[in-house]
Design a protein around this ligand. Structure first.
Ligand code: VG1
Ligand code: CO
Length: 596
């Protein structure tokens, strides 16, 4: 092939958000649009990281992915990349990409140096919906802000991009390596099985050198035989809904073929370009089928729901965990995994290096960290902030309220990992119960946790696609209010006298303890005397208008008060939040789009 230089002009608005660039498909398919962003990324990385590189290019299989893969492959070839690695059919979940970058070794001994992930995650897909792209680094984690800012800068000045001419479209449906000859030498396209490397990581891990015994020891992340025993017990039942996202591919292989779950326990596990027309977002609103199966639907009654259910988002990095007629909040989920990890998950048997959560995530994890004397970190929203802590050996388990949970086995959140973590805890708690005795259920595990650590009532209100100016004004109004806490407390007492006082309010700012970088304006916080919190943020993953997220949390230590309905328990704080922020006035919305 030859290298052709194509003239181009900048597009507005190519600024990567919380997790890459996400836009409507009709925006992405404009001539040069994707190309500009990809070239801007290559230029931001610099020749050192591009020439001779080995890049993974794959994603959640949403509409436009197949075209994008061909375009990026040709641009990679023209920019001097040595190899492009593609999961079969272009399908790799975000955690699988991270695993491939970190673990896979090519037939010629090569290792990946980075990845383009093609996904808009939980946003709907199809010709009229969203597409997205983000770049991950050599450690398998999202590019840090230094790089994403540079990418954006480059998109504002770009004049040309490079693309290979005469390079045929690659067949991504069959595994194998194809080699091509370019002006700078060989270029390989390697199409490989989507699940093998990811599975290998979850099943076996590291050879740690034990000096005393002078021997190598095998350690696995998860005890597959123990999980298999649980799944095959007639007392246990399981259900997994991939919402037609890419996790379905991995789920079939891991849960059914490896762990012996029944094929009928998989729902919506065939990936579709438009996710069957739904929102591939694993929450109580959008994972309707699973919610009904688990006996949590208000309109449908299910006589005998499974013991355990879980769902994934489009790119498989999120998870929702459900018990029989029981919802586990993601903030509780990460706290419970952390509290049980050392006993229940072999990978953590040597102890946890530390734990971390994003700022809006509830403080349930903080309490576990305190009890177990673990290092603890609170970072801004978005997985990229956890990566630095993990690379520095400071954090083992982390999570976000937005259904993201993970560990330092990779540098992305990992939906299937979270499910395996829960199955491990269930297997551990039930190791003597699978014959006789009562099964310890998901609900039992959560209630026992609350009894020890107290409960964080938690809810999130999302106002999706509201007027962007209104959203900005609402945030400005809240920042202005923060200048006088006395004034805020007067207002609050006028709304509800049964809510405690605000003792501190600010805009969250984070200084990375590893590289010292500072991230500002990461959400507005109101902290109350009794430990309650109100947090307001603007979403960074939407593709249209603005999305306001309101996070509401209240801590209850008294074990006689931990069994309430969370919406009911939080009603006073919700009222305060809505009136204090003048939500309806600024957004013209009388109710949120989604409540989780
Ligand atoms: C949302 C979530 C955030 C998550 C991000 C990416 O961001 O709130 O916790 O890390 O999505 O998740 P925002 O800016 O819209 O609140 V995913 O599954 O897109 O990779
Ligand atoms: Co996702």
């Amino acid at each position: 092939f030859k290298v052709s230089r194509v003239e181009t002009t900048p597009f507005e608005g190519q600024k990567p958000g919380t997790s890459g660039l996400r836009k409507k498909v009709k925006v992405f398919i404009q001539p040069h649009y994707l190309q500009n962003f990809v070239q801007a990324t290559f230029n931001a990385l610099g020749a050192d990281r591009v020439e001779g590189a080995t890049l993974v290019v794959s994603g959640d299989g949403r509409y436009y992915s197949k075209d994008a893969i061909q375009i990026i492959t040709k641009m990679a070839a023209a920019n001097g990349v040595r190899r492009v690695w593609i999961g079969q059919n272009g399908l790799l979940s975000t955690p699988a990409v991270s695993a491939v970058v970190r673990e896979r070794v090519g037939a010629d001994g090569s290792k990946a140096t980075g990845a383009f992930i093609l996904t808009a995650s939980h946003n709907p897909g199809g010709p009229h919906e969203d597409f997205g792209i983000k770049y991950n680094m050599e450690n398998g984690g999202p590019a840090p802000e230094g790089i994403t800012n540079k990418i954006y800068e480059n998109t504002t000045t770009i004049k040309e991009y490079l693309i290979a001419e005469g390079l045929p479209d690659v067949d991504i449906s069959t595994t194998g390596v194809s080699s091509f000859e370019g002006p700078k030498g060989k270029f390989d396209v390697d199409v490989f099985d989507s699940t093998s490397d990811y599975l290998k990581l979850l099943k076996y891990e590291c050879f740690s050198y034990v000096q005393k015994q002078m021997s190598f020891c095998f350690q696995s992340i998860f005890d597959f035989p123990a999980i298999q025993k649980l799944l095959s017990s007639p007392k246990f039942s399981f259900c997994y809904d991939a919402l037609h996202g890419v996790a379905g591919v991995h789920a079939k292989r891991i849960f059914v073929e490896e762990l012996g779950a029944n094929e009928s326990s998989l729902v919506n596990c065939v990936p579709k370009e438009d996710f069957g027309g739904g929102h591939p977002d694993p929450n109580l609103t959008y994972a309707k089928e699973l919610v009904a199966r688990m006996g949590l639907s208000k309109t449908h009654s299910e006589p005998n729901p499974p013991e355990f259910g879980a769902a994934a988002d489009g790119d498989g990095d999120r998870n929702m965990v459900l018990g029989k007629r029981f919802f586990v909040t993601p903030s509780d989920s990460v706290a419970i995994i952390a509290a049980n990890a050392v006993q229940a998950i072999p990978y953590f048997s040597g102890g946890l290096k530390g734990v971390a959560r994003s700022m809006p995530t509830s403080a349930a994890l903080d309490i576990v960290a305190k009890h177990l004397k673990l290092k603890f970190f609170e970072v801004p929203t978005g997985w990229k902030f956890f990566g630095n802590l993990m690379d520095a050996g400071m954090c083992s388990i982390c999570g976000e309220e937005s259904f993201g949970t993970g560990s330092d086995h990779i540098r992305e959140k990992d939906g299937i990992w979270a499910v395996l973590a829960w199955l491990s805890i269930l297997a551990y708690k039930n190791k003597d119960n699978l014959g006789e005795g009562n099964l310890v259920s998901v609900e039992d595990i959560v209630c026992q946790h609350w009894a020890i650590y107290g409960r964080h009532y938690y809810t999130r209100y999302d106002y999706e696609n509201v007027n962007a100016d209104g959203a900005k004004d609402l945030m400005a109004h809240l920042v202005k209010l923060q200048s006088s806490i006395d004034e805020v407390n007067k207002l609050i007492k006028g709304i509800r006298s049964d809510v405690s006082n605000v003792v501190h309010a600010d805009e969250f700012e984070y200084k990375d303890p590893v590289d010292g970088s500072v991230s500002k304006h990461q959400g507005i916080r109101y902290l109350f005397e009794d430990g309650s919190r109100l947090v307001f943020r603007l979403s960074g993953t939407g593709s249209e208008g603005a999305t306001i997220r309101l996070y509401i949390e209240q801590y209850e230590k008294d074990s006689s008060k931990i069994g309430r309905d969370s919406q009911e328990a939080l009603a006073p704080l919700v009222e305060v939040a809505l009136k204090l922020s003048k939500m309806q006035e600024y957004t013209s919305r009388s109710a949120p789009t989604v409540i989780t």
